[in-house]
Write a protein that binds this ligand. Sequence first.
Ligand code: PLP
Length: 430
Amino acid sequence: MNHDRSHDLFSRAQALLPGGVNSPVRAFKSVGGEPFFVERADGPCLYDVDGNRYIDYVGSWGPMIVGHNHPEVRAAVERAIGNGLSYGAPCAAEVTMAERITRLVPSCEMVRMVNSGTEATLSAIRLARGATGRMKIVKFEGCYHGHGDSFLVKAGSGALTFGVPTSPGVPKSLADLTLTLPYNDFDAATALFEQEGGEIAGLIIEPVVGNANCLPPREGYLQHLRELCTRHGALLIFDEVMTGFRVALGGAQARYGVAPDLSTFGKIIGGGMPVGAYGGRRELMSQIAPAGPIYQAGTLSGNPVAMAAGLAMLDLVSEPGFHDRLEATTHALCDGLEAAARAAGVPFTTTRVGAMFGLFFTDAPTVDTYAQAVACDTAAFNRFFHAMLERGVFLAPSAFEAGFVSSAHDEAAIGATLEAARAAFLEVAD
Ligand code: PLP
């Protein structure tokens, strides 16, 4: 493959954008090499500025669940654009969006639209703190909730009680208020709540972790967290920015039958436009300004073009059988990848939840903890990533990101991916 134009653009970008990109993982730092620059996207594919085509399993990191440039989403955006780009005053599409979200996700009796997943999660924890009068929050190792200060924190060594900033610029005094737990560990959560329960405002979790590869919850784990939060008067917050409308129409909370107090969304509800949302019980959401005293606002929130894209997307994912078909595609892909790895003698396994999947270079039969995910062979993943890219398949450029399939990934796309994988695994085995 020729990458001359991408290379030129990356050189120019590096002089002007930190790391040459506007979001870190795009820079290929963890897999090595240089990113390609996209010229256009259509169906299951990205096309770069050098004329190369890639079958895409990143899907803009989640939103493109119906494939790129879907004609119905595009038409909705074109219609909305005809009426102006932003009003700074309410519009009908915001009401329709709120009606749609609350109907699809019954734990959300009210919602507030924002502009990104990050905004949604940091607003949700402000609400949790404001509503409970408590200041500590609990998060999980390997979960990502955007780049709000309170989330850029990892567990301190030894003690559970004090978090350590993972980025310069995060105040230590704020990090001290974030407690970190190992995902899927029942006893650690029980112990933490016994010790700190009276001070915990809320617990935030990716119900299926998509930012440490793809880790499904163990049987009963989300229920266990629900019970702990209820018992100790803390709010349970599901960060469904990635899982919402993807792992089931009603998100992970519908798939696993656990109702959180608050939920955060993004990605799919914007149809590819910048959007986020948070929602929950009426009694909590009524405390948000101007209905209540907890402040949160946004110049572009509820933007009419973003609402139009999101509503068109929600129409498409609400079609009967949509998620079943997607899940069948994920299984065909993952079963095929496992078979190709076996044939090449490469230790490898996958996880799948709906239209999300994880790829693990390990001889463990399955992986569902962060410790297991980080113990996998990252170097083997990186070799596989490049071998696939060279054959026209774009996987997430990091061993710690979930992959996504879309309804545009048809048999031909999966077949071509598996053909590439058979050769790529042989390269990894060498
Ligand atoms: N929460 C989760 C689970 C995410 O995966 C992400 C982004 O990938 C975010 C929050 C942050 O969303 P955004 O990048 O739109 O700020």
